[in-house]
Design a protein around this ligand. Structure first.
Ligand code: BDP
Length: 670
């Protein structure tokens, strides 16, 4: 512990030094030096020592007293900040709560908010958890910010620089209220449960604990076979149960506050209880029983679909609703926000609210798998808030976010992608916050309080998600990415003999009549999975909100939209608007040149150039392709295509089947 405190001091010194390299590594934690006022804590402990250090380092106001006190109005991790007799008092029933209070005080200082205003806060969710999709070879599935933070080879004895990075990670999370992390990919290697890896996991758990962060693991359901050499992983087999029990014992001996397991089962080739003729409930309950004595939980993912059934969007619901009531109380069903897969825009998944006897949690994707990777600026708070308009936070037990963090100096690849990590933490703490509040908080902490800068950039952030939807998949279009990485457009791509639900035409269904997936009562009837009022609203072409139109309906090209335009024209205008927005973001950013340090300025400027080029690529590809069906002209008042359709189609052929190759793809069309 002594060593950790030393390291923390080293970290704080380094940070105050860092004014210096403006590489984005300091995230939103860029406070000026504190004024060394009197800070009092009730005792020494790893967590309270951090709280005191943070204040010593950055607090510039009145003396502070940290108080541990039960209070009927506060949840265990809640806190209050008041001012009494010239002292700021931060009070909470727990040390974690005190630490959260300290970070809030410092955040308010950075925003220049009045220090005298009393603040009382309780987290909306007890569990606010990041999901890392990190592999043991340090690759990151859908990761666009370098390699995995976890240097597994050296985790038994991490170098000082690795330790610092782990501590900074924990600190950043604590500063926004994240209190849990799943370290490894849901496509889990069984190896993570091997004894040598558990020792490494313990190293991280020990470093994160003072920051109030508990560690969880993704587990491979077949681990008893691959790791334990059993003949089966059948959840009802006695030997299998004993294997898991022993594993749990081993884990908790090393990590007494271990949080539990995240499981992707019978999905995209992962093993699961169905392989042994058992249900998802059988599988989840077996693990839940094993973890129960230690107060551990199971987060069981609902992301399941198979190629044989009719409509992929219906499948999670069909699988899980009949199992409602069969799950143990320490199982939470983890459901992606939309029914298909983290698309730029999806209606909410109708599974939410459909299992009243089973706990549910939402899984958001912070990493931008379908939103331009770390190249495009897309502030995701508005997208998550859209989901929260339909699903009441109180109906869920937790919020999970697929992390966008890696070894890049700026952690997230794109400086503005930090805002998505930030927004996830803030919304998991308080889903009532508006996207504008969150943008403003992040901007002032990241770039300072210049009013014009904050206004300009906040507008840009708030418009950015819609812009991406516009130039990629407006009006309810979805999953029309090229196969090779979910980055560029590929609505034309087919793979003879391949799974239809892995091919774009399955989703857009364009033909000479129109475009869109008929999910109404005359089609797959996915609409019937929604509560009655929404069911009726979505089922009717006249009342279906236009942002979901082609999600639910196959619509004639000549259909008249609310604007009075045909569907075809409307689609063209959306694509064009997306491009124009991207161009506008460049202007807005360039205007800040004198207000932002050169390094961060140039970084964002370069990213915005890529984004605009990509937006044009998307617009040209989709309009030229859909034109082959509509045969209608692109309205003459919008930008003409600058690429030929043939050249755009060749991009895929040249790039082949690689992941993460945006630069090559771009070069091919430049
Ligand atoms: C999809 C990703 C894939 C993930 C899968 C999941 O393309 O890499 O493994 O989701 O969530 O979006 O399990």
């Amino acid at each position: 512990m002594q060593r950790n405190i030393l390291l923390i001091c080293l970290l704080l010194c380094q940070l105050s030094f860092a004014a210096r390299a403006e590489d984005g590594s300091r995230l939103w934690l860029r406070q000026e030096a504190g004024t060394q006022t009197d800070i009092r804590a009730p005792r020494h402990s790893p967590t309270l020592d951090i709280a005191v250090d943070e204040l010593r380092k950055a607090w510039q106001g009145a003396p502070v007293e940290l108080v541990l006190k039960r209070d009927k109005t506060l949840k265990p991790e809640g806190f209050s900040i008041t001012e009494k007799a010239g002292r700021v008092v931060i009070s909470s029933p727990t040390e974690k709560g005190v630490l959260y209070g300290v970070y809030r005080l410092l955040q308010r200082q950075a925003e220049r908010l009045p220090s005298g205003t009393p603040v009382t806060e309780n987290p909306a969710f007890d569990l606010r958890i990041l999901n890392h999709w990190d592999n043991l070879d340090r690759s990151v599935e859908r990761g666009y910010a370098g390699r995995s933070l976890w240097n597994w080879d050296e985790l038994s004895a991490p170098s000082d620089s690795d330790r610092l990075r782990y501590i900074e990670y924990a600190r950043a999370n604590a500063s926004i209220g994240i209190n849990a992390t799943v370290l490894n990919n849901v496509n889990a290697s069984p190896q993570i449960l091997a004894t040598d890896y558990l020792q490494k996991v313990k190293t991280l758990a020990d470093l994160f604990r003072p920051y109030g962060i508990r560690v969880y693991l993704s587990v491979n359901f077949a681990s008893p076979m691959t790791l334990g050499e059993l003949k089966t992983a059948d959840p009802l087999d006695k030997e299998v149960v004993t294997w898991w029990k022993n594993k749990a014992k081993e884990i908790y001996r090393l990590i007494p506050d271990f949080g539990g397991f995240l499981v992707k089962a019978n999905s995209e080739g992962q093993p699961g209880p169905n392989d042994f003729g058992r249900t998802h409930a059988d599988g989840a309950n077996m693990l839940a029983d094993v973890l129960k004595p230690y107060k551990g939980i199971v987060m069981w993912r609902a992301f399941v679909y198979s190629p044989n059934d009719d409509d992929r969007a219906k499948q999670a619901y069909l699988e899980f609703v009949p199992l409602d009531g069969q799950f143990r109380d320490n199982v939470i069903i983890q459901i992606k926000n939309g029914p298909v897969d983290f698309q730029p825009r999806e209606p909410y998944s109708p599974l939410f609210g459909a299992t009243p006897h089973t706990d549910q949690m939402v899984e958001f994707q912070i990493t931008q798998e379908y939103l331009g990777f770390a190249n495009h600026l897309a502030f995701l708070a508005p997208m998550w808030k859209e989901f929260l308009e339909f699903v009441a936070p109180a109906s869920m037990r937790a919020m999970a976010g697929v992390a966008n963090i890696g070894t890049d100096a700026n952690w997230c690849g794109h400086l503005f992608a930090q805002a998505n990590w930030y927004a996830f933490g803030r919304l998991a703490w308080n889903p009532e916050l508006s996207s504008a509040d969150i943008a403003r908080e992040w901007l002032t902490q990241t770039f300072g309080t210049d009013e014009a800068l904050v206004n300009d950039l906040s507008r840009m952030m708030l418009d950015s998600h819609e812009a991406v939807v516009d130039y990629m998949m407006p009006l309810g279009l979805h999953h029309i990415f090229s196969f090779s990485g979910h980055y560029g457009p590929g609505p034309w791509q087919t793979m003879p003999g391949g799974r239809p639900d892995w091919q774009p035409p399955y989703y857009h269904r364009a033909d000479s009549i129109g475009v869109g997936f008929n999910r109404t009562h005359t089609g797959s009837n996915a609409v019937a999975q929604y509560p009655e009022t929404l069911h009726r609203l979505y089922d009717d072409l006249q009342t279906c909100p236009e942002e979901y139109l082609l999600w639910f309906h196959h619509v004639p090209w000549t259909h008249l939209m609310r604007s009075g335009r045909t569907l075809w024209d409307e689609m063209c205008y959306h694509y064009d608007r997306g491009v124009q927005q991207a161009r506008r973001f460049q202007q807005v950013w360039d205007k800040q040149e004198s207000k932002v340090d050169a390094e961060r300025f140039a970084h964002v400027q370069a990213k915005l150039r890529i984004q605009t080029r990509d937006a044009v690529w998307w617009k040209d590809a989709c309009l030229l392709y859909f034109h082959t069906f509509s045969k209608m002209p692109i309205p003459y008042d919008i930008e003409r295509p600058i690429h030929s359709f043939d050249a755009l189609k060749r991009v895929f052929l040249r790039v082949g089947n690689h992941e993460n190759v945006p630069e090559e793809m771009l070069n091919a069309v430049r």
